[in-house]
Structure formats: structure tokens, C-alpha cells
Design a protein around this ligand. Structure first.
Ligand SMILES: Nc1ncnc2c1ncn2[C@@H]1O[C@H](COP(=O)(O)OP(=O)(O)OP(=O)(O)O)[C@@H](O)[C@H]1O
Ligand SMILES: [Mg+2]
Length: 249
């Protein structure tokens, strides 16, 4: 469904992604790990069409068509979704209005507000999101954990075909990691979507079962395998893991 082909991406004139290949088929669950600054977020942003990223060469194919020159909203309409590592606060845009506009623009049909509010409530309950934030502006004054949960709520409502989740576990307390993991599992199973989860820690993976694990360093993929890679990484740390298993250069 998603194929990243020999992708090179620049940010502010500097090459950050240096020849990445990655293939995610329908319904597959992949994990992307790598040390701070290795390029994970930049790769995710480039796939989504974030304006800070400039594709120098290579291609991004989604469901058979190249999306590398498409705007982010067109990519979203095709079914791509990115959960931001650091969601931005948007003053004056009500959270529910934002969710509704996003749903209407991705599906092209009008939302039945009563049914939509019931869907929102289902996930605010599951994610233990306090009712108060629903009435606020998007992410305005949300705590770090609330912002991350709000992004998962968006994913539940937008029903993407492929979701890239950039550290959905960062800043979450122990119970919240479990709640978020269980909600992601539920949405993933219901939607039969593809999933690329970026994370540093194996705690969230106590509740989730990825099939493929990729490790990035210096803007390249340096190791690929199954879940056993995560345990090895955790035991050895990135540097010695990459020295003994990877092809860092
Ligand atoms: N706007 C920018 N201007 C300059 N450099 C940038 C910019 N955005 C990212 N970079 C650089 O690109 C590199 C990769 O950053 P990126 O955010 O993709 O890393 P990451 O793997 O997601 O790290 P982390 O695990 O800390 O989230 C870093 O060296 C970062 O400083
Ligand atoms: Mg990052």
C-alpha cells in the first residue's frame, strides 16, 4: 500500500533522509526505531507532505500512485494520517469543529452531529480523556498526554488507510500508555489499516504486536527484522546494536 523508494529529503537545505526504502502492505503493523535525530520524524513528515520537508529524489507511492508532489490535505483524503510527535496548539479553532471539518473533508460527506458526538464520546471514554477538553480550542492548554490522546481520537474518527504514529507513548503515564495502546489496537483491527509506529520504548509494545521492526540511523535504515530486534536494542543500546548489526555510515 505504501512504498517509499530510495527517498532523499532535505530540511532547511540539509539532507536528512539519505536513501530510505520501506514497504508497508495493507493491514501490516511496522515499528520504526532509532536514536534521537536519526530522521524518523522527518521521514514521517515527508510521507505526509509537511511543508518543512523537501523531497530531492526518490518516490512515495500510496495505493499505486505517486503522492510526492501532492499537498498534505490531498494525501489525507487518500487515507494517510500522521500523528504528530509534538501537536501544535491552534487558538480559536474548536476541537469538535476541527474534528468535524477534518472528517467531512476526508470523507466528502456531511457529518450527523449526534452520531459523531457519540463516536467522540466512545473514544474519550476509552482513552480516559477528560470531557473538559472537548469544548476547548484544538490542543489549547492540553497537557502533553492529552495532546497525544487527542491525536489518537482523531485517528479513530478519520479512519485512515495508513497511519503513522510518531511517539504516541511519549509523555504518557503508565495507565495512559495501556489505554492508548489498546485504542490503537482496536482501531487497527477494526479498520484493517496499515500502521507505522515510531517509538523509543518497548513498554507500549507490551500491549501491541508489530510484525516488522526497522531501525534508522543517520537518515538511513540500518537494520530490519522482527520483534526480537526491539529486545536486542533495549539491551544493547543503539550505538553498540548498530555497530554489531547494522551498516551505519
Ligand atoms: N527544521 C529543521 N531545521 C534544521 N534541522 C532540522 C529541522 N528539522 C529536523 N532537523 C534535523 O534533522 C535531524 C533529524 O530530526 P528528526 O526530528 O527527524 O529526528 P528523530 O529521529 O525524529 O528524533 P527524535 O527521536 O528525537 O524524535 C536532526 O538532526 C534535526 O536537528
Ligand atoms: Mg522524532
Amino acid at each position: 500500500m505504501l512504498e517509499i523508494k530510495d527517498l532523499h529529503v532535505e530540511v532547511e537545505g540539509k539532507e536528512i533522509i539519505r536513501g530510505v526504502n520501506l514497504k508497508i502492505n495493507d493491514g501490516e503493523f511496522h515499528v520504526l526505531m532509532g536514536h534521537n535525530g536519526s530522521g524518523k520524524t522527518t521521514l514521517a513528515k515527508a510521507v505526509m507532505g509537511h511543508p518543512s520537508t523537501k523531497i530531492k529524489s526518490g518516490d512515495i507511492i500510496f495505493n499505486g500512485q505517486s503522492v510526492k508532489d501532492m499537498s498534505a490535505d490531498k494525501r489525507a483524503k487518500l487515507g494517510l494520517f500522521l500523528e504528530f510527535q509534538a501537536p501544535v496548539e491552534v487558538e480559536g479553532v474548536g476541537f469538535v469543529n476541527f474534528l468535524r471539518a477534518a472528517r467531512e473533508s476526508t470523507t466528502g460527506s456531511t457529518v450527523d452531529i449526534k452520531q459523531f458526538m457519540a463516536e467522540i464520546r466512545e473514544y474519550t471514554d476509552k482513552l480516559a480523556i477528560s470531557g473538559g477538553i472537548i469544548g476547548r480550542s484544538l490542543n489549547q492548554g492540553f497537557s502533553g498526554g492529552e495532546k497525544k490522546k487527542a491525536e489518537i481520537l482523531q485517528m479513530a474518527l478519520l479512519k485512515p488507510k495508513l497511519a503513522i504514529l510518531d511517539e504516541p507513548d511519549s509523555g504518557l503515564d503508565i495507565d495512559a500508555v495501556k489505554a492508548v495502546a489498546e485504542s490503537i489496537n482496536e482501531i487497527y483491527n477494526k479498520q484493517k489499516m496499515g500502521l507505522l509506529l515510531i517509538t523509543h520504548y518497548s513498554r507500549i509494545l507490551n500491549y501491541m504486536k508489530p510484525e516488522y521492526v526497522h531501525v534508522m540511523a543517520g537518515g538511513k535504515m540500518v537494520a530490519e527484522g522482527g520483534q526480537d530486534l526491539i529486545l536486542k536494542l533495549e539491551k544493547e543500546g543503539y550505538d553498540s546494536f548498530i555497530k554489531s548489526n547494522g551498516k551505519r555510515n
